[in-house]
Design a protein around this ligand. Structure first.
Ligand SMILES: NC(=O)c1ccc[n+]([C@@H]2O[C@H](COP(=O)([O-])OP(=O)(O)OC[C@H]3O[C@@H](n4cnc5c(N)ncnc54)[C@H](OP(=O)(O)O)[C@@H]3O)[C@@H](O)[C@H]2O)c1
Length: 319
């Protein structure tokens, strides 16, 4: 599988990395329902066996459970897996929700906990999960803490997620930003106009999340098969009338995938990888079968005609 450099100075990463949100289990208000840890471990191992060289997780996913499962799965093969994780969303003591906290003490505490759960002594890419609009910590102090963690050897590269250009510039004034992790899919294109070109111009790597819109664009999505406590049941993308419109869009683009003997999910991943600012896609999978199928997108380049056909479908279905 093709590898690309993450930003100016980062590691060479495969164009697909494994996303570990769904394998966090059902303990949070943003869970994907029950998940068997054995399936998760098999999925991670299948990803590494197939040549994917990085995994994206976060302390918030299952409040540590996802990191613990990743740590277990990469035992004995740490050299084959770049570990990307995130801080800044901590458990609300009174609920199953997460709250934002990028205060230096909290970042340091979270970093130690992540190192322990991942069973490693360094994190390859440490990322801010969301901007902190709650504790009043100046972003400059938060970013300086991240850069200290690099100097201390606990973290190799530092990135941000869900940050706009103004916030990224504030980090850049303190020290390097190696990557951005934004939402980007056929159904979510709001970062494409300003933020992605800014990253390209400034040598900031981009690893996009939810390229299949959390399952909606796989071509197999059925809301009736989604668990009662799965966050998707309450998300605006998955609620009527938008759900039916999104699924009508999937049917519109299905023939493009089928002409190549591919799935709509593979088409959705291939499409995000066509954006020149995008380094790689974070693709979630809950089983080895899903991993193997999704990898079929990696080296598929869409033609100009196909890109235009997809653009027409976006406009005409108003997604
Ligand atoms: N920074 C952030 O704020 C943020 C936010 C969201 C995601 N992320 C990261 O990005 C990663 C990927 O995003 P995502 O998990 O939301 O979405 P995604 O990659 O668009 O979709 C993944 C989901 O689609 C379904 N799926 C995957 N492969 C499939 C296949 N071959 N056939 C049928 N269904 C398939 C699975 O769920 P079902 O089988 O249950 O349908 C899977 O969990 C996350 O794991 C996380 O690491 C980060």
């Amino acid at each position: 599988m093709e590898k690309r450099k993450l930003g100016k100075n980062g590691p060479e990463i495969t164009t697909i990395g494994l996303g570990a949100w769904a394998i966090g289990g059902s303990s949070t208000s943003f869970s994907w329902g029950e998940q068997d840890d054995n399936d998760s471990i098999k999925a991670i191992q299948a990803a590494l066996d197939s040549g994917l060289n990085w995994i994206d997780t976060a302390a918030a996913y299952g409040f540590g459970h996802s990191e613990a499962v990743v740590g277990k799965a990469v035992q004995g093969r740490r050299d084959q897996a770049l570990l990307f994780t995130k801080c800044g969303l901590i458990k609300d003591p009174d609920s199953r929700d997460a709250v934002r906290d990028l205060s230096p003490a909290s970042i340091r505490r979270e970093c130690e906990d992540s190192l322990r759960r991942l069973n490693t002594d360094y994190i390859d890419l440490y990322q801010f999960h969301w901007p902190d609009d709650r504790t009043g910590t100046p972003l400059e102090e938060s970013w300086a803490t991240m850069r200290e963690l690099v100097k201390e050897g606990k973290v190799r590269y530092t990135g941000v997620s869900n940050f706009d250009v103004a916030l990224i510039k504030r980090c850049l004034a303190v020290g390097p930003v190696d990557s951005l992790q934004p939402p980007y899919s056929l159904l979510r294109r709001e970062y494409a106009d300003e933020t992605l070109p800014f990253c390209k111009e400034n040598g900031i790597g981009v690893i996009v999340y939810s390229p299949m819109q959390s399952g909606l664009l796989t071509g197999k999505f059925d809301i009736n098969k989604v668990a009662e406590d799965d966050w998707r049941r309450r998300n605006r993308m998955f609620v009527e009338p938008r759900l039916s419109n999104n699924l009508a869009f999937v049917e519109r683009i299905r023939p493009i995938a089928e002409r190549h003997g591919k799935t709509v999910g593979q088409l959705a991943i291939a499409w995000v990888l066509m954006n020149p600012a995008v380094t790689a896609a974070i693709v979630g999978a809950r089983s080895p079968q899903q991993v193997v199928e999704n990898n079929g997108a990696a080296d598929w380049r869409l033609s100009d005609d196909e890109m235009a056909e997809i653009q027409r479908a976006i406009v005409e279905t108003e997604v």
